[in-house]
Each structure stands twice: as C-alpha cells, then as structure tokens.
Write a protein that binds this ligand. Structure first.
Ligand SMILES: Cc1cc2nc3c(=O)[nH]c(=O)nc-3n(C[C@H](O)[C@H](O)[C@H](O)COP(=O)(O)OP(=O)(O)OC[C@H]3O[C@@H](n4cnc5c(N)ncnc54)[C@H](O)[C@@H]3O)c2cc1C
Length: 416
C-alpha cells in the first residue's frame, strides 16, 4: 500500500493528508507543534480563503465556519491615482472565509487524527522521513527546509521584499457595510487593508499595511507593539489618517487596540519560487508544496488558496501514479503543479508593480459599471481567469465585454 510522509501541518500539508486519507492512501503528518501548540502563539498570517478552497473543505468534511462573522461579502476599493480618486463598491460572490489559523489548523489536524491519521510531533530530518515512506512531501515553509529547495531564478523576479508588512488584529473599527473589506491602493506608498476576521477572541478586524520599502508606511512595521503599545497605536492611527482618511473616521480611538499584546505580524516577505523537488540520496526524492515551494506576497491573498489547490492536485497525481515515487515522478508532478501555480505567481508579482495602463483602465471601468466591479473582485477566487484578464490589454477588453454583455460567468471561467 502506498504510504506518504508529509512534513508540515499548515493548510497545504493537512489538506493533502486529509485528501489522501479520503482516497484510501496512508499518510503520516510530521508537525513541529501538537494540536494544542497550533492553537497558541502570535498570529503569523491572516488568510482569506476563497470559494474553491471552501468547496474542497466541504468535500473533506472539515467546513466549520459557515456564518457571517467569518465571511467577507463586499469589498470597498479605493484607488489613488494622479487624477481623481477612484472608489467603487463590489460584491464578492461567493463570500470569502476569514478564520484565524490558530482555530483552523487545529480543527483540520484534529479531524485527520480522529479519522485514524498518524500525527508525529517533532522535527525529524527529511532523510529519516524519506526512509520510512514511499514519497516525502515537504509542506513547511520554515527556514530549515529552504536549503533543500533552492530558489529558481527564472521564476523569481524579486530577490528582496516588495512590501514590508504590519498586520494586526484589532478591536474598535466600524464597518461602513457589514461583512466588508476595505482596500486602499496608494501608488508608490503601498496598500492599506481592513477586513473582518474570526479570531480566537471572536469577531475582530485585521488592519494591514503593505508598505513599499522606504515609503511612509514602513516605519510602523519596525515598531515594537508590545514594548510601547501607546506609541504603536498612535503611529497606526496617524498613518491611517494620512493615507486612508475615510477608514480613520470609522475608528473609535477610545476602543481601538490590538485584541491582545503581540497580536501583530510584521516584516518583509520576498516572493520566491523554489525548485519543487530535491534529491535525498539512495535514489529518493522529496517534493515541496505550499510556502515551502512558492512564497507570494500576501497582497493578492493567494498563498493558502494555492496551497489547498496544490494539495488536491498532488493527491490526484499520487492516487493515479503507475510507477515508483522516484525522481521522475517528482519532476513530472512538480511540472504539472506549476501549470496552475504559474498564474498565481505571475499575477501576484505583477500586482506589486505600478499598474499597467490597461489595469488602471479596468479600475476606471469598474468604478463606472457595477457589473465589472463585482466580476473583478469575484475573480480573486480564480487566479487563472484573473491573470488571463490582467496580463494583457486584450484580456481586459474581453473581460469588460463579457461583463457588459451580462456574462460574468464567461469572464470568470478559469480552471478552479
Ligand atoms: C500577513 C499575511 C496575510 C496573508 N493573507 C493571505 C490571504 O488572504 N489568502 C491566502 O490564501 N494566503 C494568505 N497568506 C499566505 C498564507 O498564510 C500562506 O501561504 C499559507 O499559510 C502557507 O501554508 P503552508 O501550509 O504552505 O505552509 P506554512 O504556513 O509554512 O505551514 C507550515 C507550518 O506552519 C505552522 N503554521 C502556519 N500558520 C500558522 C498559524 N497561523 N498559526 C499556527 N501555526 C501555523 C504549522 O505548524 C505548519 O506546520 C498570508 C500571509 C501573511 C503573512
């Protein structure tokens, strides 16, 4: 019987494990932290999971947050341009799910174990894992695995962070529209986002700065929120007042604070695509998925969604494989997974640059026509359709034409 070792219990590793379990394939998950450990610690990320990821969760029978406080139904987009400010509301259909991974991951890992899955807590060497299984999949984006999977320069245009992040979980922010996300695009400065988030303390809001390095939003990313909370909160409010004044009006200073000390994730992420497989000796090979393979800047909200997509696609390749899980399998599986992943990478990298004229024009058309706004925002769930649209002026023209003909489904038919 085929037996797979999976290193990492993030969304990529645990969804792969659950899917293999469902397909009747033995899987062992190696996790640095036990289930209680996954519930604790500082937030590391604030993932919004779009509809296809939620559909996969329903298929796995692990869907647990189908209620409005854990969902985003609307977006309010503000684009600051050299000319007038463009602002448009849009409906996100279906809604995204916004659940803290300190709730999400323990639930999925618990389900895997309850169904008889093997969870080994610790950080074994990859070679040791490889000796015990037919195939080893590395799904842990931590530093220790990076040497095994060197960056692929031809797929990684950036070698430094393009944004420096400061994302926190706060109380004291009101919404203009219930269950909505606000995003402010500030060319040359970065982005400011606010979104509802279902946290361990219940409903809260993420307030996130995506600062262009060296720009006026960066300083807050280097402040120690625990050492001097007063100064940190003042700086956050000052930056919001200066760059997203409509959002500042909805913050009540007397209630505004992080939901607890340290509830903030700060630092720069260098977008990188690594080689997707590694030789381990003895003819054995390991595959990388999720952040261990591809790390994107979070601006396009794709990393966790890509990890889930890749987990299912890889489970399918494993379950239909005819030969051994050797270097040939790893190379060809990684090439197959890249066919989808490249859309995420190319779109995410392009979105970090100043918008091309055809993308700026699309924002203008979305501000004038609600059908275009709704379809654009809803396309975040489908990176293939999104990149087909944004990668060329022809793509935008065809997207706009489908929306104007009342055919948003045609505008949004990627491979998700
Ligand atoms: C600020 C920020 C915002 C983001 N927003 C989005 C978004 O909106 N949509 C999206 O799709 N992606 C988003 N991402 C990216 C997303 O979080 C990662 O791509 C995804 O979590 C990678 O999962 P993984 O399983 O491949 O690897 P890893 O995250 O490296 O998982 C491996 C190990 O990390 C641990 N782990 C990971 N996250 C947590 C956690 N929060 N708490 C406890 N343990 C954890 C687990 O122990 C696991 O074994 C965001 C990232 C950041 C930093």
């Amino acid at each position: 019987m085929t037996d797979i070792g999976i290193i990492g219990s993030g969304i990529s590793g645990i969804q792969l494990a659950l899917r293999l379990q469902q397909l009747g394939i033995a899987a062992t998950v190696y996790s640095a932290r036990d289930i209680e450990g996954l519930k604790s610690g500082r937030p590391r990320n604030f993932p919004a999971r779009f509809a296809p990821t939620q559909e996969r969760e329903r298929l796995l029978g692990v869907s647990a947050w189908d209620f409005p406080d854990a969902q985003v139904h609307h977006w309010a987009v503000t684009v600051h341009t050299a000319g007038p400010v463009l602002a448009f509301p849009a409906r996100l259909t279906p809604p995204s799910s916004v659940v803290d991974f300190r709730l999400y991951l323990p639930h999925l890992v618990g389900e895997f174990v309850d169904r008889g899955g093997a969870l080994v807590v610790g950080e074994p060497a990859v070679e040791d894992v490889a000796r015990r299984h037919d195939l080893t999949v590395v799904a842990n984006g931590s530093h220790s695995m990076r040497e095994l999977f060197p960056a692929a320069p031809e797929r990684s245009p950036h070698t430094t962070p393009q944004r420096v992040l400061c994302s926190g979980l706060y109380f004291g922010i009101d919404e203009a529209v219930p269950h909505s996300l606000d995003i402010h695009f500030l060319p040359g400065v970065g982005e400011i986002l606010r979104l509802p988030f279902y946290s361990p303390a219940g409903r809260a809001d993420v307030l996130a700065f995506e600062a262009v390095p060296g720009g006026p939003l960066e300083a807050v990313s280097h402040m120690d929120a625990e050492a001097d909370p007063g100064a940190f909160h003042r700086e956050v409010l000052d930056r919001v007042a200066a760059y997203a004044p409509s959002l500042r009006e909805r913050i009540d200073t007397s209630d505004f604070s992080l939901i607890a000390p340290g509830e903030v994730a700060q630092g720069g992420i260098t977008p990188v695509v690594r080689r997707g497989w590694a030789r381990l000796g003895d003819g054995r090979c390991a595959l990388a998925i999720g952040d261990a393979w591809i790390t994107n800047d979070p601006l396009t909200a794709q990393g966790a969604n890509l990890g889930s997509h890749t987990a299912f696609a890889l489970a399918e390749l494993i379950s239909t494989a005819r030969g051994p899980f050797d270097e040939g399998f790893c190379r060809s599986a990684s090439a197959r997974l890249w066919e989808h992943a490249r859309h995420v990478v190319e779109w995410s990298n392009a979105f970090l640059a100043e918008p091309e004229p055809h993308v700026a024009a699309l924002f203008g058309q979305a501000a004038e026509d609600r059908r275009i706004a709704d379809a654009f925002v809803s396309a975040f769930r489908d990176p293939v359709a999104m990149w087909r649209t944004l990668s060329s002026a022809e793509g935008v023209a065809s997207f706009v034409s489908d929306c104007r003909k009342g055919r948003p489904a045609a505008a949004l038919s990627g491979t998700e």
